[in-house]
Design a protein around this ligand. Structure first.
Ligand SMILES: [Zn+2]
Length: 493
């Protein structure tokens, strides 16, 4: 399988495309205007302790105070071992924090809407192969490294190196990228984390709260840190300046990839390669067309994502089972790609077309499982319900592509449907009756969209006449070109 990474950098946003076998599989977007702050470390100031909620508000220099729960406050007397309490018996927040004190915190959740950012005092600093956690002493390892011998090798390597280094106290989590990494790779990473950790501590000592003391790397460098793998053939970047910064990072940490990184000076926009731009557009649509003629409908709600599979058009009786099987198989492949591309998370329910042959069912599920193995996010098929729905979860920490690029439609208020002109006409009739009972007017003027006024003057003209007779008043209409189909006003004259 060939894998290529394209990086598009402009002053307003950075976009990263992961392309496998010529097909866009993952897209990441970071905008300067709303750059996330997850992972940033701040020296903050406790502004309010809320005993009732076992929580506190911390000023970290943002517009809105951030929030920390007692269970996310690691007691300062912790000697580096496991926290001295279990999360189920949360200590009194008043014994942990007091108003006015300064506190070093890391953001675990971006501020969303009116909610402030969510914080923890358990810091974690990622490098390519490791995550460093000051103040704890254990070494953990990613579940995605499955080979037991490899797990043992990595844990031993990191564990020993950590013991030897008395300079910096902390634990580590071994990331998936560490699989097959050499001892030099790992110690190189540890040295980097220690340097970083020192500079963070220096900054903490120097600055006045509230202030940021550490920010995660920009997307184009995180891409190199987190996405690049031995099977990555090429990384192309269309900004010379960013290319140079990437090369500095590569030469310091992942020299073996140095000859894979290229500056892309092309005349053609970089995202025209492999139709990346088109594929991103398509990933915003509900419907995904399958080659076999069938299609998949993806609906993202707040609670979950539901996915429905349909055969397209007429299917002869003779080949029905075979067509359904082929459509489901193609859908399984397509869905696993769409989950990654759209970065959908949480609960996902897939409604494959009913198949009678249990062997077909088995093969479709196996296809889905096999395709999901390529996902960078952790996925889990949790079961098949009585109704034949495949239930699965996908873990992710950032917003979906749709959430990054879109907002709820103001016309339909995010429902995805508009009231019909008929419904709006009847609403207008009711509104006129309501107003007529309350006020004394000579006549009424209805301002509405073109489509609604057209209907009032045509299909509804008899009803309008009846209403005029009933209230003994005239009703006039006026088209408001900027009104949506659902908008209208009834004006007393
Ligand atoms: Zn809409």
């Amino acid at each position: 399988m060939s894998e290529e990474i394209l990086i598009n950098v402009t002053p307003v946003e950075t976009r990263v495309a992961l392309v496998e076998n010529g097909m866009l599989q993952e897209a990441y977007i970071e905008r300067a205007s709303r750059k996330g702050i997850v992972g940033n470390i701040y020296k903050g100031k406790v502004v309010r302790v809320l005993p009732g909620m076992e929580a506190a508000f911390v000023d970290i220099g943002l517009e809105r105070a951030a929030f920390i729960h007692a269970s996310d406050v690691v007691p300062s007397q912790s000697n580096g071992d496991e926290p001295v309490y279990s999360p189920k018996t949360v200590p009194d927040i008043r014994s942990l924090l007091r108003e006015g004190q300064s506190l070093v915190v890391q953001v675990t959740k971006d501020p969303i809407g009116t909610k402030g950012a969510r914080l923890t005092t358990q810091l974690s600093i990622p490098s390519r192969y490791l995550v460093f956690m000051p103040g704890v002493s254990h070494v953990g390892i990613s579940q995605r490294i499955e080979d037991e011998t490899e797990r043992a090798r990595l844990k031993a390597l990191v564990g020993e190196a950590a013991v030897e280094d008395q300079d910096v106290q902390g634990g580590y989590i071994i990331r998936t990228a560490a699989e097959a990494a050499s001892p030099e790779d790992l110690t190189g990473d540890m040295a980097y984390l220690h340097r970083l950790s020192h500079s963070i501590h220096e900054r903490i000592a120097r600055v006045q709260a509230p202030a940021v003391v550490y920010q995660d790397l920009p997307l184009f460098i995180r891409t190199i840190r987190d996405l690049i793998r031995p099977q990555t053939e090429k990384i192309r970047i269309d900004s010379r300046e960013s290319y140079q910064r990437v090369m500095e990072f590569v030469e310091e940490f992942v020299t073996e990839f140095a000859d894979k990184v290229e500056y892309y000076p092309g005349e053609r926009p970089i995202f025209d390669l492999y139709s990346v731009e088109d594929e991103i557009q398509k990933a915003l649509s509900r419907k995904v067309q399958l080659k076999s003629g069938g299609y998949v409908i993806i609906d993202q709600t707040e609670a979950m994502t539901t996915i429905d599979i349909n055969t397209g058009g007429f299917v002869g009786h003779r080949n029905l089972e075979e067509t359904i099987f082929k459509t489901n198989l193609e859908a399984a492949r397509s869905i696993s790609r769409q989950l990654r591309l759209r970065n959908l998370g949480g609960i996902i329910i897939i409604d494959f077309i009913d198949m009678e042959d249990p062997e077909h069912q088995r093969q479709v599920h196996r296809m889905l499982e096999k395709m999901l193995e390529r996902d960078h996010a952790k996925t889990k098929i949790t079961g098949v319900s009585e109704l034949g729905l495949v239930e699965m979860t996908r873990k992710r920490t950032t917003e979906s592509l749709g959430q990054v690029l879109c907002e709820p439609c103001p016309v339909c208020d995010g429902r995805g449907f508009l009231k019909t002109t008929e419904t709006v006409c009847y609403e207008i009739f009711r509104e006129i009756l309501r107003v007529n009972r309350a006020y004394d007017a000579e006549s009424y003027l209805v301002m509405a969209s073109q489509s609604v006024v057209d209907r009032l003057l045509d299909e509804e003209s008899d009803n309008v006449a009846d209403l005029e007779t009933f209230i003994s008043k005239t009703i006039r209409f006026q088209v408001e070109p900027f009104y949506s189909q659902e908008q209208y006003d009834v004006v007393l004259l």
